[in-house]
Design a binder for this molecule. Structure first.
Ligand SMILES: CC(C)(COP(=O)(O)OP(=O)(O)OC[C@H]1O[C@@H](n2cnc3c(N)ncnc32)[C@H](O)[C@@H]1OP(=O)(O)O)[C@@H](O)C(=O)NCCC(=O)NCCS
Length: 195
């Protein structure tokens, strides 16, 4: 798949050789990892089965996850993408008010989950909205999703703001996400493909 260029960023398919940098930027830094996933992870943890490494490996076959680079110098600054929702455990994190919004509840609706995460040094410049817009466009375009969903933990105000900036309809989740280590429900986001 070709690289996606935005005005300040370049998104390319993520590769296994990105793992150490992605770990350092996103999973080893408590400021990024805690509001996002609820815990800091070691390089060994992200390399384990079901860890980030497996997500990166899958990206070679399912081109939905991108390394986000600054176009000026091609420095890696984070990850962005739309990932398929397949496992029951992924769906179980979403408890919306309306049963019709539960992922997998409408036959023929193809749903993907938004991922945007940037290293702390790259926040507050509009890069997340720029990368998010690019992957949403791709998601509704060549990836052919009919709906993009997102789940953000209760301590993640920046994540909620990003969803709203990208045009997602947001609502409270009806259950806490144990993955984020919070007992307080977070926020769900839904964005349908333009008709
Ligand atoms: C979620 C996350 C990506 C948001 O990052 P962010 O820096 O807040 O978002 P953006 O890059 O879009 O930047 C937006 C801010 O930059 C400001 N900004 C500064 N210069 C800007 C410019 N040139 N263009 C646009 N916005 C600019 C905006 O005003 C906005 O500030 P505000 O939030 O005070 O209104 C980041 O917090 C993160 O990586 N968190 C961990 C991962 C995560 O939780 N992801 C959840 C979604 S899947």
């Amino acid at each position: 798949m070709k690289v996606i260029e935005t005005s300040r960023l370049s998104l390319r398919l993520v590769a296994l050789s990105d793992l150490e940098n992605i770990h350092r930027l996103l999973y080893a830094d408590p400021e990024v990892a805690l509001p996002w996933t609820g815990h800091v992870q070691s390089l060994a943890e992200v390399s384990a089965p079901n860890g980030v490494l497996s997500m990166i490996s899958r990206a070679a076959d399912e081109p939905g996850l991108f390394a986000v680079e600054r176009a000026a110098d091609y420095a890696l600054i984070g990850l962005a993408g739309i990932l398929p929702i397949r496992r029951a455990s992924d769906r179980a994190r979403f408890v919306p008010a309306s049963p019709a919004d539960v992922p997998g509840s409408v036959e023929g609706r193809v749903e993907g989950e938004l991922v945007v995460a940037l290293g702390r040094a790259h926040w507050n410049r509009g890069y997340a909205a720029e990368a998010g817009t690019a992957v949403v466009t791709l998601g509704f375009g060549s990836l052919r999703y009919s709906r993009i969903v997102a789940s953000v933990g209760s301590r993640n105000e920046r994540g909620v703001k990003l969803l709203r900036r990208l045009g997602f309809r947001t609502e409270p989740n009806q259950r806490a996400d144990p993955d984020t280590g919070s007992s307080v429900p977070g926020t769900l986001g839904f964005l349908d493909a333009p008709s």
